[in-house]
Design a protein around this ligand. Structure first.
Ligand SMILES: *Cc1c(COP(=O)(O)O)cnc(C)c1O
Length: 446
C-alpha cells in the first residue's frame, strides 16, 4: 500500500495511511502545495492542472467503476476516465485480476512474451488495415514512430496535419495542436526548434488539402476529439484517402482515442476507410501505459530490425499493460459498443436539455460513444469554430458540476468518456446534476 503519511507518529486521530498528509488532515490543498514543491505546476501532465478553470485539482485516492474519490473522501461521478484510457470503468475486476496475476510473473523482461503476440493478434483481427502491429509505451510514441516510419518508407520529409488535432507531445506534431495547447492558448510550444516543425504543414480540419509529391504523410484524428468533438464531414476522410493515393503519400489515422472506442474497428471501421498506418493508445492498455502502430505489411516492414527505420523501447510490449489491454478488449463485444452508443446519446440529450432549460443554446455533438460539449450555438466543423466555445461558461459549469460531485476534464476542449460503468441510472444522475449546474453556470454564479 502506498504510504503518504511520513510522520513517525501521526497527529491524525484515525490516520488513513493512503491519504493522510502527515499534518493530521487529508486535504487536496495540502497535497497540491506539497506537489507544487516537488513537481512543476504540481502535475505530471499539463492538462491536469486547473489553469484554465481555476482552483485546486482534486487528488484522487481511489476509483471504482464510474466513481472516483478524492483524498478528502468526496465521491465524484467521473467522465474523465483517464482521458479515455478507461472504457470498462475504474478498477474493473477482470482487469485488476489480470494485472495482479501477471505481476507475480514479473513486470518486464527485455524479451518477447506470448501476451504481446496475443495483443498484436487481437488488434490485427479487429482492425484489418493492421497487417502488422508494433507495441510501444504511449500514444505520443506511436505518432512519433508513425511519422518516422512514413518518412522512412516514402523517402519524403513533409507531414500534413490538421489544426486542432492533437497527436501527443512529439516535436514534429506540436504545431497548432488541440487539447492542452488550445487550452493554454499558445501556438505550438517553446523548446521546439523551427527545424523540427519546418516540414509540418498545418491545414484546416474537414477540408481535403491539395498535396504534392513532397508529402510523406497526412496524419489525422479521423474524429477530432481534442478540440471538443468534431465529426468528419461526409466526404472528408474519403477525400483524404484519394488525395494521398494521387501523390503517393501515406495516410496515418491517429486512433489513440477512437481506436476500440468508437467501435471494435475504430474510426476506420466506422467510416470504412483504410489508412496506411494507424496509431493506438489509451483503451488498448486498459489504463496502463501503452501505444501501438499498425499498418500495411510493406510499410510496417520498413521498421527495424527488418527495415531501416529504427524503433525500440525498454518497456515496449510490457507484460502488465498488455494483459490489462487484453482483459479490456476481451469484454468489448459489438453488443457492448451498441450499449455505449446508447448511453452516449442519453448523456448528450441530457446535457442539451440541461443547458436549454437554463436558457443557453449550446451544441452537444455525439459521435458513436463519444460526447462533446461545445458551448456555442452552432456545430463546429474545424478548430476555428471550436474556439468559439465559451471558456468562461465552461469553467463555471466545470466547478458547478464538481460541487455537485461530477468530474469533467478541467479544459473546455476535452470530450466526455461515458463507459461500461456509466449505467443508465448513473447517466441520469449526472444529467440531473447538470440541470442544476447549468443554471448556476449560465447565471454567472460559481
Ligand atoms: C492522448 C492522445 C495522444 C497521446 O497519447 P499519450 O498516451 O498521452 O502520449 C495522441 N493522439 C491522440 C488523438 C490522443 O488523444
Amino acid at each position: 500500500m502506498i504510504r503518504f503519511c511520513d510522520e513517525v507518529s501521526c497527529p491524525a486521530a484515525a490516520c488513513d495511511p493512503v491519504v493522510c498528509t502527515g499534518k493530521g488532515v487529508a486535504d487536496n490543498e495540502i497535497m497540491f502545495q506539497r506537489s507544487l514543491a516537488a513537481i512543476p505546476g504540481g502535475v505530471n501532465s499539463s492538462i491536469r492542472a486547473f489553469k484554465s478553470v481555476g482552483g485546486t485539482p482534486y487528488f484522487v485516492a481511489r476509483a471504482k467503476g464510474a466513481s472516483i474519490w478524492d483524498v478528502e473522501g468526496r465521491e465524484y461521478l467521473d467522465l474523465v476516465q483517464s482521458y479515455g484510457a478507461i472504457i470498462l470503468g475504474h478498477a474493473h475486476p477482470r482487469v485488476v485480476e489480470a494485472i495482479c496475476s501477471a505481476a507475480g510473473d514479473g513486470t518486464s523482461y527485455g524479451a518477447p512474451t506470448p501476451r504481446e503476440m496475443k495483443l498484436a493478434e487481437v488488434i490485427r483481427e479487429r482492425v484489418p488495415s493492421c497487417e502488422l502491429v508494433r507495441l510501444m509505451n504511449s500514444g505520443t510514441e506511436a505518432t512519433m514512430t508513425a511519422v518516422r516510419l512514413a518518412r522512412g518508407a516514402t523517402g519524403r520529409d513533409r507531414i500534413v496535419k490538421f489544426a486542432g488535432n492533437y497527436h501527443g507531445a512529439t516535436d514534429a506534431l506540436l504545431a497548432a495542436g488541440g487539447s492542452g495547447i488550445a487550452t493554454l492558448g499558445i501556438a505550438g510550444t517553446a523548446g521546439v526548434p523551427k527545424g523540427a516543425v519546418a516540414d509540418t504543414m498545418v491545414v484546416p480540419f474537414n477540408i481535403v488539402p491539395q498535396l504534392d509529391e513532397l508529402v510523406a504523410a497526412v496524419i489525422v484524428e479521423p474524429v477530432a476529439a481534442n478540440a471538443g468533438l468534431i465529426p468528419p464531414d461526409a466526404e472528408f476522410l474519403q477525400g483524404l484517402r484519394a488525395e494521398c493515393d494521387r501523390v503517393g503519400a501515406l495516410l496515418i489515422f491517429d486512433e489513440v482515442i477512437t481506436g476500440f472506442r468508437l467501435g471494435a474497428g475504430g474510426a476506420q471501421g466506422h467510416f470504412a476507410i483504410t489508412p496506411d498506418i494507424s496509431c493506438f493508445g489509451k483503451v488498448i492498455g486498459g489504463g496502463l501505459p501503452i501505444g501501438a502502430i499498425g499498418g500495411r505489411r510493406e510499410v510496417m516492414e520498413c521498421l527495424s530490425p527488418l527495415g531501416p527505420v529504427f524503433h525500440a523501447g525498454t518497456l515496449s510490449g510490457n507484460p502488465l499493460a498488455t494483459v490489462a489491454g487484453l482483459a479490456s478488449l476481451d469484454l468489448l463485444t459489438d453488443d457492448v459498443y451498441e450499449e455505449l452508443c446508447a448511453r452516449a446519446e442519453r448523456l448528450g440529450a441530457g446535457l442539451r436539455g440541461a443547458f436549454a432549460a437554463a436558457g443557453a443554446q449550446i451544441d452537444v455533438p455525439v459521435m458513436a460513444t463519444l460526447v462533446g460539449v461545445h458551448l456555442a450555438p452552432g456545430a463546429a466543423h474545424n478548430f476555428e469554430d471550436a474556439k468559439e466555445t465559451d471558456e468562461g461558461l465552461y469553467g463555471r459549469f466545470f466547478h458547478a458540476m464538481l460541487s455537485e460531485g461530477v468530474a469533467l476534464a478541467p479544459g473546455a476542449y476535452e470530450v466526455l468518456f461515458p463507459g461500461l460503468a456509466h449505467t443508465e441510472a448513473i447517466i441520469d444522475e449526472i444529467v440531473e446534476r447538470a440541470y442544476r449546474s447549468a443554471v448556476v453556470a449560465v447565471g454567472g454564479r460559481t
